[in-house]
Design a protein around this ligand. Structure first.
Ligand code: NAD
Length: 365
């Protein structure tokens, strides 16, 4: 059968150093007059300073924590209703963006956040517009219809058109304050998105192009951004890599490494990027085929083996955990089982059952 695909990308993207300072103007241009801002506690003073110039911000929720809890989205939705907001602006890392997307989707539809999380209520297609302003270079949440939320220790990735942002304001200058270890975690998250979007069973040509460029940008710039967070070229390239990584996986979705990242985060507390990176070089070797070799060459590498070695070296450089022994008492059977049954595992090009995953994790003992 011939080539067939449907491609769509509805998010208006404003990219460039200094764009954050133009937020008020951008909200005006988008026709948003009463916005609730959702803000990372770290970025909150920056937003406060800017608020003088943005009359459109009528309320702020600034209590988002990493691996965001559903209760934060519920509180934000209540604030949106109370202030009768017509838009939401999210300034922060993936945790902040995902909280804002979830809150905006349910704010005017009524019902409990937990019922949406559990699937007892269906997200409406109509929702108030969200403008995303990422302050990390990793998740790509600024352009995806994904929100990752937790209720207690239960972490869930929800993929729904209700979460699609209206616009993304990507200002690489915001990422200058991200500490080196988080720079490495988030940068490898971007790499995982690009690779997994590319090797996903649902991959398609336009997403593939963005994946190749994202891999090239990460390979050429992540170490430099880690070494010197104030390096403007490296930071801008990593923000672009994260954006392209988000677009690369938005439609094909991710695969094996992301499936394994859920039990690694839930049971052993690894941050999302570190959890994805934990098995990424293993999956590069498992999924190595002619297509992946071609991606590597187009991204400036000799091949998949070099890619796997470079990922391992970046993890070591950043001080990321690479062995199960570093995670405390690990239940290998549960880890292999929970990874195998995660829905994203079905997207992996090489079928991986529980036994195969157990063997892979045993090699990382
Ligand atoms: P994060 O938002 O959890 O933030 C991590 C830490 O970095 C926080 O302490 C935060 O305060 C701090 N921080 C953020 N920006 C900073 C800055 N500019 N300077 C200094 N510190 C800063 O981190 P993240 O990696 O961006 O997001 C991870 C979350 O996103 C996870 O919950 C993950 O599951 C989710 N995620 C979502 C998608 C999606 O498409 N929606 C994709 C991948 C991951």
């Amino acid at each position: 059968m011939g080539l067939e695909f449907i491609y769509s990308q509805p998010v208006k993207i404003y990219f460039g150093a200094g764009k954050f300072e133009l937020l008020g103007q951008i909200l005006k241009e988008l026709g948003l007059r009463r916005c609730v801002a959702v803000c990372d506690p770290f970025l909150s003073p920056r937003l406060d300073a800017l608020r003088e110039t943005i009359p459109a911000i009528v309320g702020v929720y600034a209590d988002v924590q990493p691996n965001p809890q559903l209760s934060g989205a519920a509180a934000t939705a209540a604030l949106i209703r109370e202030r009768e907001a017509d838009g939401v602006v999210a300034v922060g890392g993936g945790s902040t963006l995902d909280t804002a997307k979830f809150a905006a989707a349910i704010a005017y539809n009524g019902g409990e956040a937990l019922d949406y999380f559990r699937g007892n209520l269906v997200f409406p297609l109509e929702h108030i517009p969200v403008v995303t302003v990422p302050s990390t270079a990793g998740t790509g949440s600024e352009v995806t219809q994904v929100s990752v939320m937790s209720h207690g220790t239960e972490k869930k990735t929800i993929n729904h058109p209700a979460f699609m942002p209206r616009a993304a304001v990507v200002d690489p200058l915001l990422t200058r304050s991200v500490p080196p270890r988080a720079t490495m975690n988030t940068g490898l998250d971007a790499l995982a998105h690009a690779l997994e979007g590319y090797w996903s069973r649902n991959h398609q040509p336009i997403s593939d192009l963005m994946a190749v460029e994202a891999v090239r940008l990460v390979m050429e710039n992540l170490e430099a951004a880690w070494r010197d967070g104030t390096n403007p070229e490296a930071r801008a390239s990593m923000s672009l890599a994260a954006l392209l990584g988000g677009l690369a996986f938005a439609l094909p979705k991710t695969a094996g490494s992301h499936a394994c990242s859920y039990p690694l985060s839930e049971d052993y507390g690894l941050p999302h990027g570190e959890a994805c990176a934990f098995t990424l070089d293993s999956f590069v070797r498992i999924n190595a085929d002619a297509r992946l070799e071609e991606l590597c060459r187009r991204a400036g590498l000799r091949g998949a083996e070099e890619l796997a070695e470079r990922i391992a070296a970046l993890k070591k450089l950043g001080g990321l955990r690479t062995r199960l022994a570093e995670l405390g008492q690990v239940d290998l059977d549960k880890l292999a089982h929970d990874s195998a049954v995660h829905p994203l595992m079905k997207n992996n090009p090489v079928p991986m059952d529980e036994a195969a995953l157990r063997r892979m994790f045993a090699r990382l003992a």
